[in-house]
Structures are given as C-alpha cells and as structure tokens.
Design a protein around this ligand. Structure first.
Ligand SMILES: NC(=O)c1ccc[n+]([C@@H]2O[C@H](COP(=O)([O-])OP(=O)(O)OC[C@H]3O[C@@H](n4cnc5c(N)ncnc54)[C@H](OP(=O)(O)O)[C@@H]3O)[C@@H](O)[C@H]2O)c1
Length: 261
C-alpha cells in the first residue's frame, strides 16, 4: 500500500494531455481520483480507460468557467469519494493574437478559464470539498513558464498564468500553518493537443508552416525537445506526496531549461 492510499484527488481538464497524465499517475500512487472536463463523452471514456487499467477513477462533466458547474462537480466528487485531499487545477486554454486586435470575448474567456476558475475551484474544494477541515492538503495549479515571462502574441494567456502564480504564492503563505500546501507547476512546451493548436495559431500569424514553428520553438529549449505530459505529472505526483510537506507557495518549472527563474 502506498503512503497515499485512499487519499482523494480532484483533477480538472483530465481528459487530455497533462491532466490525463496527472490523473493516471495520482491514481497509480493510490489516490481515488475524480476527473472533470466539458465534453461528457470524453469524461466517460477517460474514466473507462483508467478503470480498465485497474485505477480507482470517477468523473463528471465540468465547465470551470461556470460557478454552478464548479460547485456541482465538487459536491459530486465529495459525495463519491469523501473529503478532498488533493486538488489539481489543470483545465486551461491557449489564446492570444495581436493585442490591439483582441476582443473582449477572447480576453474574458482566457481569464475566466485559466484564472478565475482557479480561485472558484479552490474555494469550492476548501469548503464543499471539506479540505479546509483537514490538517493536510495539496493544491497544485498548472500555470506555465508564460506565468513568469511575457509571451509574444499571448498577452491574455500570459496575464492569466501570471495571475495563477500570484494566487498560488498568496494562498500558499496564507494556508502554510494549516498543513495545506499550495504550489504552481509551470510547464514550458509540452507535446499535447493544446501544443498542436498553439503551433497552428503561430503558423497562421507568421504565415509559415507548423513544422517551421516547431523548429523555432524547439531551438529555444536548451534540452532540445518538448517535455512530455508524464514529466509534468511526475512533479505533480511529488508535490502531492507527504515528503513535499515543506514545499509551498512555489512556482516550479518543468521546461527543459526554457525558463530558469
Ligand atoms: N501544452 C503545453 O505546452 C502547456 C504549457 C504550459 C502550460 N500548459 C497548461 O497545462 C494545462 C493543460 O494543458 P494541455 O496542453 O494538457 O491541454 P489540452 O490537451 O488542450 O487539454 C485541456 C483539458 O482541459 C479541459 N478543459 C478546457 N477548458 C475547460 C473548461 N472550461 N472546463 C473544464 N475543462 C476544460 C479539456 O477538455 P474539454 O475541452 O472537454 O473541456 C481537456 O481535458 C493548461 O492549463 C495549460 O495552460 C500547457
């Protein structure tokens, strides 16, 4: 039995990319994992996939932009598995363009999806998910190296992820005496469906091919390649462990050296 046996983890955006790798690893570590994303079919098929691997996973549809959906989701997680020990705020979207041409709808949706959701989901897990009553907890926010440095044509995304890093540091300090740690994991370039969409966006913006964009991005990474979702999940799994009790209010990169700050 692992040290985590029967601990309950909630992972948002767990039907793809980093979230899926995180849900799988936390379940392999012995957590009971409750997952959510907007597409209900993908939630059901991901639950089935992970259960077929022998993992204790359940899930429900979730739109992190909606306060009602967020409350309902956390209520369902707590009803299914009990009080929440680990929250991974992973759901997110890319988004940007020439800043002078960005309309309110795009700006608002990126901030809503990537930043406001992190506050609301965290509050719901602390209260409805009863983490607040525990003397142990883990809140892990998937931010980005774009939460530490500006990304050209990515102003809303960069702003949202800087916000996540700031929220993490403030809440980490606030909750430090309680035994609940709060940290951000900052991936650089990670090969996922989102990364593919990002390359398509830049190829269109610079009127070039996705292969050229891939070469340009890869050339910026000292390691010489994108990180994998599993490499990001590995740090999340460590932060969720008992050994990580003294790591809080940090923003830690998994980026092949892209950021070193
Ligand atoms: N890939 C990278 O290079 C990279 C780098 C740095 C940071 N990140 C961050 O890592 C996180 C995961 O990225 P990824 O690359 O794994 O993305 P991805 O492959 O596009 O997966 C995103 C997941 O989030 C869900 N999602 C999106 N909007 C949602 C919403 N409003 N409510 C609930 N779930 C939602 C998606 O499912 P539905 O569409 O069905 O909702 C999906 O499960 C994001 O926060 C991203 O900003 C990624």
């Amino acid at each position: 039995m692992s040290e985590h046996s029967r601990r309950v983890a909630v992972v948002t955006g767990a039907t793809s990319g980093i979230g899926l790798a995180v849900a799988r690893l936390l379940a392999q570590q012995g957590h009971q994992v409750f997952i959510g994303a907007r597409n209900a079919e993908n939630v059901a098929s991901t639950v089935k996939l992970l259960r077929n691997e022998g993992l204790d996973v359940e899930g429900a549809p979730l739109d992190v932009r909606s306060p009602e959906s967020t409350e309902e989701f956390v209520r369902a997680a707590a009803a299914r598995f009990g009080a929440v020990d680990v929250l991974v705020n992973n759901a997110g979207r890319s988004g940007g363009g020439v800043t002078a041409d960005i309309d309110d709808d795009l700006w608002d949706d990126v901030i809503e999806t990537n930043l406001n959701s992190v506050f609301r989901m965290t509050r719901a897990v602390l209260n409805t998910g009863r983490m607040r009553a525990k003397d142990h907890g883990r809140i892990i926010n998937i931010a980005s190296t774009a939460g530490k440095q500006g990304v050209v044509l990515g102003a809303p995304y960069s702003a949202s992820k800087h916000g996540v890093v700031g929220f993490t540091k403030a809440l980490g300090n606030e909750l430090a005496p309680t035994g609940i740690t709060v940290n951000a994991v900052c991936p650089g370039y990670v090969e996922t469906p989102m990364a593919q969409r990002v390359r398509q966006g830049y190829a269109a913006a610079y009127d070039t091919t996705e292969e050229t964009i891939l070469d340009r991005f890869t050339a910026k990474i000292p390691l010489g390649r994108y990180s994998t979702p599993e490499e990001v999940a590995g740090l999340v799994g460590y932060l969720a462990s008992d050994t990580a009790a003294s790591i809080t209010a940090q923003a830690l990169n998994v980026c092949g050296g892209l950021g070193n700050f």
